[in-house]
Design a protein around this ligand. Structure first.
Ligand code: E4P
Length: 214
């Protein structure tokens, strides 16, 4: 399972990248707005840090508009992927962009029928939004395991990308379901390293090591 960071914060991306375990980045307009910087400047800086896919959102209401926006954004760096809205127009844009070699990440997917349609359209990534769904019906786990089943049943090539994770239990559900990628906030990325018993055990070893004659 690959790990992406879901953020526009360049310093957070550097910290996660330094671990050697970061595989890519997802952003959205909210993340970019929080930086207070120009879209192009942030995206170019992120793509200079991370060699894996960096998803940025295309903002338009029509397939033609999305294709135009996506083509502009794709010129910023070779590792750009384009977030496409889960709409009729969005899924019309997906095969056009994928045929041009531009990877699409269909975003704001909240149901298994949406998952199926995004995969059928040929998206490289399908972003399943777990915690926002959990907030209304607590069915995030079902959605991600259905996405893995749909991919397998119909031999789709899309990557199941679990997004909007907030807890280690969300990560655990993704590991059990066998999703291809999780995208997580920085706090959750580093929380995954931690366990209280690890701290207790290592502290004891450090104390005992002091008493070993050297
Ligand atoms: C998904 O495509 C978004 O970038 C993001 O994962 C949404 O996450 P949030 O619910 O934490 O805002």
């Amino acid at each position: 399972m690959k790990i992406f960071l879901d953020t526009g914060d360049v310093e957070a991306i550097k910290r996660a990248h330094d671990t050697g375990l970061l595989d890519g980045i997802t952003t959205n307009p909210t993340h970019i707005a929080k930086t207070g910087r120009k879209f192009q400047d942030v995206v170019k800086e992120i793509c200079g840090i991370v060699s894996g896919p960096v998803s940025v959102e295309a903002m338009a209401d029509t397939a033609e508009g999305l294709v135009n926006e996506a083509q502009k954004a794709a010129q910023l760096a070779p590792n750009i992927a384009i977030k496409i809205p889960m709409t009729v127009e969005g899924l019309k844009a997906v095969p056009i962009l994928e045929d041009k070699g531009i990877k699409c990440n269909v975003t704001m997917v909240f149901s298994s029928t949406q998952t199926f349609l995004a995969m059928k359209a040929g998206a490289t990534f399908v972003s399943i939004v777990i915690s926002r769904l959990d907030a209304v019906c607590n069915e995030g786990d079902i959605l991600i395991s259905d996405a893995v089943t749909i991919k397998r049943n119909f031999n789709f090539s899309s990557n199941v990308l679990a997004a909007s994770l907030k807890t280690q239990n969300h990560v655990l559900s993704c590991l059990r379901a066998g999703v291809d990628i999780v995208t997580v906030p920085e706090f959750l990325f580093f929380q995954m390293y931690k366990h209280p018993l690890t701290d207790v055990g290592l502290a004891q070893f450090a104390r005992d090591w002091e008493s070993v004659p050297k």
